[in-house]
Write a protein that binds this ligand. Structure first.
Ligand code: ADP
Ligand code: MG
Length: 729
């Protein structure tokens, strides 16, 4: 095995960047060429069918069978014209991946010939076997069947020779088994509630979209090194490895130029993304060595999520071609920054207004403040749920580790906006305002600059920061499906906006003028949600202390955090807004707990195996060399000079023995903990057991392995070291 490490290094020395064949023309020439875009629809669909898709997309109108047949036929012609032979429903089950089941277009006809067939039924619904996807107990009642159903709001696209149709995935009994179903429901709830609020300011608004602009961080590692690290292959992260003498201290990677091979990878990834209509725009190095980031232009949230999922799939494929592996794990390497996914979230109207963007007039700014204050209130009221939406075994290593926001949810607004909210708090009261007071306040609100230069993105330590025209939720894990936090956020916001309408109505019913009622309600929310606002350094210990004083929760442990899914408040929230039923929430919590247990179980097994089969034998080999050497010294020099010469060796021999015996003992103890936990009936108890009793061994065993790495001869060390994984390119 040792050979693998050196062979890997040799192999990499001869690597050249793979030449990327750039398509002819400008990006706009091939943008979305593999997507059934509105333009393609116009060319391939009848006027009637085309209109039906648009109606479905914009207003959720149902498409009837006859029209569906027409659409399917047009879609097929378009796809077959591009050499496509198969189609699949493409969906996002709760295992975090994307799933597809390909069927060929061709069908034998009764006359014995074959013909290409794809009709409305095949477009609208498929019946994949649900039993191989996690269902959290929903499925095993009696029916393993699940249905996928077409989501006309996200366009079909081509991967290789397959037509992919974005779909939702539900059980036979109608429960959601995926991310998309509740996402669409949360978007509908938000649309409805937000339109109602918008209409207080502008009657022309009939539709509000939530937007998502994601930023995706990732690591690249050469595939030869990857293959020499069983822990990377099996768990996505390194379970051992002493820190490299140099890693990110000099912060020279962030501003450095992109290494050649990585650059070639990015170029190809971008071309493939653009072809699929993913508007990828930004690429740069990240803080850690061999860490990078990509970001598209923001889009409507459902589409943006599909694009992020697709992008992660593309990354894996393109990386292979370039002899890389892409690591999406939140913490592949100890001691250097991990990877996150920033979810930039905003809302906009069909009248072209970004509701989180200050405007030119006092009225526009009142609307802006209404949405801003309601967001803060929603996050305040549902902070635990929002955190629960982003926890995962990988993200647990990252949150609060002085590189990512802590597990405390707080909101950063920037100086200007904070001041405005403080102002409203000070100047509004339940006492009737005089016309002068009101006019003055409105005037001041009108002065919020359209572009908050001082404000945009100055605080990178906040998990939820207002950055001028959107909120940036930065605690999301790099490997996560971004739907999960979007579902929580949209639903909390929808609920909050409905509350707002009710609260304002209650005051106007008492003959308070509407503008005054709005001021009073906003003031009430500002006061009630004050404790979640924080402008300082989110990474410091002082904030943890301060947050505790404020009564904000700080739950870093995954199972504990997941309890928020089933709190009375969350259950009511999801039920009231028709997004997830109690049963669906139970299932979702269970799936995440199971995933947590399995992840730690696998890591613990892999570490145990590597410790016993790689590390200990290597350490013994080196120890034997030392013993041999000591014997030789004794033979050559006799006892007189020998003492001085041999003492350091003897110490090393002893040290090695000590580390080996610790490792052996810790591995045995760890296995015992696992065995003891396995019969545990409740998943929550078992997950907490894994978190509290098994997980600590991963660190303590690693400690001794990393010490051995420093002692043992480099030439016989079998596993690629951090300096190789992080700096070879
Ligand atoms: P930074 O790295 O400073 O956070 P980037 O420019 O890398 O900023 O990323 C900004 C992200 O925010 C992009 O994905 C972009 O599309 C997105 N974004 C910009 N404006 C909005 C908006 N109004 N709503 C949602 N996302 C937005
Ligand atoms: Mg960002």
């Amino acid at each position: 095995m040792a050979i693998l490490r050196f062979n890997a290094m040799q192999e990499i020395f001869s690597r050249q960047p793979i030449k990327v064949v750039m398509p002819e023309g400008k990006a706009s020439d091939y943008f979305a060429e593999n997507v059934f875009t509105t333009k393609a629809m116009q060319a391939y669909l009848s006027e009637e069918a085309y209109k039906a898709v648009l109606e479905a997309r914009e207003h959720g109108k149902r498409i009837d069978r006859r029209i569906a047949n027409q659409i399917a036929s047009g879609m097929k012609s378009w796809a077959v014209g591009k050499g496509v032979t198969h189609y699949t429903h493409w969906f996002q089950p709760l295992n975090g991946a994307t799933a597809e089941k390909h069927d060929a277009f061709f069908e034998p006809s009764s006359e014995g010939s074959v013909l290409e067939k794809f009709d409305g039924d095949m477009l609208v619904q498929q019946e994949p076997d649900a039993s191989s996807f996690p269902s959290g107990g929903i499925r095993n009642t009696f029916e393993a069947r699940g249905y996928t159903a077409w989501d006309p709001s996200s366009p079909a696209f081509l991967i290789e020779k397959t037509l992919c149709i974005p779909t939702i995935f539900v059980s036979y009994t109608g429960e959601a088994l995926d991310y998309k179903t509740p996402l669409l429901k949360s978007l509908a709830a938000l649309d409805k509630a937000a339109v109602e609020v918008c209409q207080m300011y502008d009657k022309n608004v009939t539709k509000v979209n939530a937007n998502l602009g994601w930023e995706q961080e990732y690591f690249l590692v050469d595939e030869a090194l990857y293959y020499a690290r069983p822990d990377l292959i099996l768990t996505g992260r390194t379970l051992m490895g002493h820190s490299s003498a140099k890693d990110q201290q000099l912060e020279d990677h962030y501003f450095g130029s992109i290494p050649d091979r990585a650059f070639a990878f990015m170029q190809e990834l971008e071309v493939e993304s653009l072809r699929l209509g993913i508007p990828i725009k930004t690429r740069h190095n990240e803080v850690a060595p061999n860490q990078f980031e990509a970001a598209p232009v923001y889009e409507e949230a459902n589409l943006a999520v599909d694009h992020n999922q697709l992008f992660m799939d593309l990354m894996a494929g393109v990386a292979r071609k370039h002899k890389f592996r892409v690591l999406l794990h939140e913490k592949p390497y100890k001691g250097v920054n991990g990877s996150g996914k920033h979810n930039n979230w905003s809302m906009s109207t069909d009248t072209g207004v970004n509701l989180l963007s200050p405007g030119k007039t006092p009225k526009k700014n009142m609307q802006f403040l209404t949405f801003l204050v309601n967001t803060v209130k929603a996050v305040h009221d549902h902070a635990d749920l929002i955190r629960a939406s982003i926890v995962s075994p990988g993200n647990e290593h990252r949150l609060g580790a002085n590189e990512a926001p802590p597990a405390i949810i707080s909101v950063f607004l920037g100086k200007h906006i904070s001041q405005t909210l403080d102002d409203i708090e000070a100047r509004v009261s339940s006492k009737k305002m005089s016309p002068d007071e009101k006019a003055e306040l409105k005037l001041d609100i009108g002065k919020i600059p359209e572009i908050l230069l001082d404000n945009t993105d100055r605080n990178r330590t906040s998990p939820f920061a207002f950055t001028g025209n959107r909120f940036e939720f930065r605690a999301v894990g790099s490997s996560a499906n971004p739907s999960s936090p979007m579902i929580a956020l949209n639903t909390a916001m929808a609920n909050q906006l409905r509350e707002f309408v009710k609260d304002v109505a209650a005051l106007t019913a008492k003959n308070i003028k509407r503008d005054e009622a709005i001021f009073q309600v906003l003031r009430k929310y500002i006061v009630e949600s004050k404790k979640i606002r924080f402008e300082g350094n989110g990474y410091g210990q002082e904030w943890k202390d301060e947050a505790a004083r404020r009564g904000l929760s700080n739950i870093a442990e995954v199972p504990e955090a997941l309890k928020a899914f089933l709190s009375e408040k969350s259950v009511a929230l999801f039920a009231d807004n028709h997004v997830l039923s109690h049963r669906e929430l139970v299932a979702r919590q269970e799936i995440r707990l199971e995933n947590y247990i399995k992840s730690i179980q696998i890591e613990s097994r892999v570490l145990g195996d590597l410790a016993v089969n790689h590390i200990i034998p290597t350490a013994i080999k080196y120890q034997n060399n030392l013993i041999e050497n000591v014997r030789g010294l004794k033979e050559l020099f006799g006892t007189a000079d020998y003492d001085e010469m041999a003492t350091p060796h003897l110490q090393s021999i002893k040290k090695i023995s000590r580390h080996i015996s610790y490792i052996r003992k810790l591995v045995v103890d760890m296995v015992k903990e696992r065995k003891d936990l396995n019969p545990t009936k409740s998943v929550m108890d078992q997950a907490q057991g894994y978190s509290r009793k098994v997980k600590p061994y991963l660190e303590s065993i690693r400690y001794h392995i990393d010490k051995l790495e420093l002692i043992v001869d480099d030439e016989i060390w079998t596993l690629p070291k951090y300096r190789e994984l992080l700096f070879t390119r």
